[in-house]
Design a protein around this ligand. Structure first.
Ligand code: MV4
Length: 449
């Protein structure tokens, strides 16, 4: 097994990886920026190396410094967590050149899945259902208009280099095509240095349901059921749950099979997620594949009892997967606690946590790197804790989540806790009746900031 793993990340995920490494008897190296010198990942790791100034590009995105830290400490693997360098093909390649195992996807896989039109074509070839649309990239507005007329409006233009909703435009009719095209090209060109677009039928008010998969280096993959991530605001997920209220055993079987077929077709190694859009008729379509561990992985861990970080490390070392596809018996939900003010358009609220009390009790898990006295730096992601609750039914989980949220005390900064309490009281949410459009009509005005 690996002797020492360097964690190229910060915050709760760095801590999460360190915890599993300790259980596996693997030594850990933390890297940190000057803004993070008092962070728990620095204290909990066996060794810690400062790699630069607060801005990410000078620290957590600085490949040279991270590789140097791995060389100096003799780490034999790097875990990238999520965000930062986790889906950076160049970094995966550099790790390979230096003989350091990158606990994530190969550079080829990152490139293939990172280009959305290529990913879609690859999945379609593997028999995974995809949204009707262009065969690869569009060459001109004329071609796009012709295709849109054929498949019917509304359609959506997507940047092939996109992700997180950027470089994407909905087109309602032919009159709006040219402007949508220009806007999407301009936005994706500026954001990704690549303005190539493809076109799809626009699926109205879908659910976002993703399947967790794990593949080994023998070419086999299994799935660990789904997560419903429809509760999002401006492409930022706020709540995830499993099983999805929209799921049936038949649909899970079908989506699971499709996800495995997709993963095995590309020889996917490691933990990954296949994201689907599910329409109101229960039809599902491939959207994107994520080649990393995701923020919301703990809800899958709670219902399956698999440690997904341990699975990542084991398959990276070359161990085969057990290969059972999980059928859920438990429920779990995650609320992302962000240092943001939900009463003021989720405006960031960094600063010092003057007082804090974390909830506990049966079925309550918290993944967090913060503590009373901790100063949240303004430089990074605003997520400061994940509150993960499990139970025997969705009703029990919602009741328990509300209880835990009410127990949670964080003083000195604003957080998304009041929003989550309101959500747990929402009748439509409680019935499981929601789509990705749910928060567009949610009343944020009564939230006590
Ligand atoms: C779509 C769609 C409807 N139809 N594609 C948003 C992020 C990007 N990864 C893909 N996205 C969407 N693609 C078709 N053909 C609706 C969305 C979408 C969305 C998807 C998942 C979760 C939240 C969303 C919010 C707005 C739009």
């Amino acid at each position: 097994m690996f002797k020492k793993i360097l964690i190229a990340n910060r915050g709760e995920i760095a801590l999460r990886v360190i915890r599993t490494c300790r259980e596996m008897g693997i030594k850990t190296v933390a890297v940190y920026s000057k803004a993070d010198k008092d962070s728990l990942h620095v204290k909990f790791a066996d060794e810690a190396i400062c790699i630069g100034e607060a801005p990410s590009r000078e620290s957590y995105l600085n490949m040279t410094r991270i590789i140097s830290a791995a060389e100096i400490t003799n780490a034999d693997a790097i875990h990238p967590g999520y965000g930062f360098l986790s889906e950076n093909a160049e970094f995966s390649e550099i790790c390979r050149e230096y003989g350091i195992k990158f606990i994530g996807a190969s550079p080829e896989m990152i490139d293939q899945m990172g280009d959305k039109a290529t990913a879609k074509a690859t999945m379609k070839k593997a028999g995974v259902p995809t949204v009707p649309g262009s065969d690869g990239l569009l060459k001109s507005v004329a071609e796009g208009k012709k295709l849109a007329k054929k498949i019917g409006y509304p359609v959506i233009l997507k940047a092939t280099a996109g992700g997180g909703g950027r470089g994407m435009r909905i087109v309602k009719n032919e009159d709006g095509f040219q402007k949508a095209w220009d806007d999407a090209r301009q936005e994706s060109g500026a954001a990704f240095g690549n303005d190539a677009l493809y076109l799809e039928k626009f699926i109205e008010e879908p659910r976002h349901i993703e399947i967790q998969i794990v593949g080994d280096n023998k070419g086999r993959a299994c799935h660990l059921s789904e997560r419903d991530c429809s509760i999002q605001r401006r492409h930022q997920k706020l709540v995830e749950e499993t099983p999805s209220p929209a799921m049936t055993p038949e649909l899970r079987e079908e989506m699971g099979k499709a996800a495995i077929a997709g993963a095995e077709a590309i020889g996917y190694e490691g933990a990954g997620t296949i994201e689907f859009l599910v329409d109101k008729y229960g039809k599902f379509y491939f959207m994107e594949m994520n080649t990393r561990i995701q923020v919301e992985h703990p809800i899958t861990e709670e219902v399956t009892d698999f440690d997904l970080i341990k699975e990542q490390i084991k398959v990276a070392w070359g161990e085969p997967i057990i290969g059972i596809n999980y059928t859920p018996k438990l429920y779990a939900m995650e609320c992302r606690i962000n240092a943001e003010d939900p009463a003021r358009d989720f405006r960031p609220s960094p600063g010092k946590i003057t007082n804090m009390h974390m909830p506990g009790g049966h079925g309550v898990r918290i993944d967090s790197h913060v503590y009373a006295g901790y100063v949240i730096p303004p430089n990074y992601d605003s997520m400061i804790a994940k509150l993960i609750v499990s139970g025997q039914s969705r009703e029990e989980v919602i009741t328990r989540m509300k209880r835990a949220l009410e127990e949670f005390v964080i003083e000195g900064i604003k957080t998304t806790i009041p929003f989550h309490i309101k959500l747990m009281e929402d009748e439509q949410f409680k019935k499981g009746k929601f789509t990705t459009a749910f928060l567009e009509t949610f009343d944020f005005s009564k939230i006590q900031g």
